[in-house]
Write a protein that binds this ligand. Structure first.
Ligand SMILES: [Zn+2]
Length: 170
């Protein structure tokens, strides 16, 4: 589990949307960057600062897409159920989920936002056309087969091996 900190205190309903932005705590940001330096064998890798949204909008987005998280550029939207408060009152998020979504952040960084999304959607579309089925199961299969997703899932598993975190915990 990685610590996250809210960028502003939750003081009223009106602030709910903006205050839902969280950043990884500094030591968690370093921890996940160290993982990627080891995983991608690049000692100079700099992971951009990770912004996490776990608000109602993030819940809607991940719910509609039936995934735990979605990354747009440097913004990671996660299903609110993944954000928990630990015994000491700090908010936490599973490290493997951050590893998966941060891998997408690095893909965006490498290909640019338009390049990444174009590749990703093109591949999704291709897979769907190959199966000639458009139902939910076909969409899920197509999604899982996208190259960028396979790379992100590999990062997720490698993170668990590297950190000893159990994916089922929490
Ligand atoms: Zn993914």
């Amino acid at each position: 589990m990685l610590d996250v900190s809210r960028s502003s205190p939750l003081t009223s309903d009106i602030q709910h949307l903006t205050s839902a932005l969280m950043k990884l705590a500094a030591e968690s940001q370093t921890h996940i960057q160290n993982f990627f330096r080891s995983h991608l064998r690049d000692e100079t890798l700099e992971l951009p600062s990770v912004s996490i949204y776990g608000n109602r909008f993030a819940g809607l987005l991940t719910g509609v897409c039936r995934v735990g998280g979605i990354t747009f550029g440097r913004r990671i939207f996660v299903a609110p159920s993944f954000i928990k408060r630990n015994e000491t009152g700090r908010l936490t998020i599973p490290g493997w989920l951050v590893a998966h979504e941060a891998m997408h952040m690095l893909q965006y960084k490498e290909h640019g936002t338009v390049g990444f999304l174009a590749c990703y959607l093109h591949e999704f579309w291709q897979r769907l056309r190959e199966t000639k089925r458009w139902d939910r199961a076909a969409r899920m299969t197509a999604y899982l087969a996208i190259a960028e997703e396979c790379v992100a899932r590999a990062a997720e598993d490698a993170y668990c091996a590297w950190s000893g975190e159990d994916k089922d915990e929490g």
